[in-house]
Design a protein around this ligand. Structure first.
Ligand SMILES: [Zn+2]
Length: 152
């Protein structure tokens, strides 16, 4: 038998079984508005959306914090393989993850809420350079990558 013919037949009987990865990494899955950006004491950007709008993590990595407290409300910190921390605040409900859980880029992490010090439903999103959030890193402007993700 001709090898080429054999390969073609093999492809026919073994179609790819892996689903297409979801490449949309913008953290809000739905209508949103850009709110306050990084400036004087505000270490992140606000993305306004209806309470309950699904939220995803743009970067994969490990969960390093999952807590609830007075000003951040329900929040989650994800450390990317590059050592940057991605911080998500005011989630509608406590995230279902535990410290150490591994997340994929674009994985659902919860829903937009107004828990903590929030006057309206929004995601307060921060990116901190390595070694991370309150671990010696510094907040950097999340807007450029957000603009990139919004366009993809
Ligand atoms: Zn904010």
């Amino acid at each position: 038998m001709d090898a080429t013919v054999f390969d073609t037949a093999a492809e026919r009987v073994a179609p790819p079984v892996v689903a297409e990865p979801d490449v949309s990494r913008f953290p809000i899955r739905g209508q949103r508005e850009w709110g306050r950006g990084i400036s004087g004491g505000h270490d992140g950007i606000d993305l306004l959306a209806a309470c309950g709008t699904p939220m995803v993590t743009p970067e994969g990595g490990r969960v390093v914090q999952v807590k609830s407290e007075g000003s951040a409300g329900n929040y989650l910190v994800v450390r990317s393989p590059r050592g940057e921390d991605h911080v998500f605040m005011h989630l509608a409900r406590p995230a279902r993850f535990e410290v150490g859980d591994k997340l994929e880029p674009g994985e659902r992490i919860g829903a937009v809420g107004d828990t903590g010090n929030a006057s309206t439903c929004h995601l307060h999103y921060e990116i901190w350079t390595a070694p991370g959030w309150y671990k010696g890193g510094k907040p950097r402007d999340p807007e450029p990558p957000l603009r990139r993700w919004a366009a993809s």
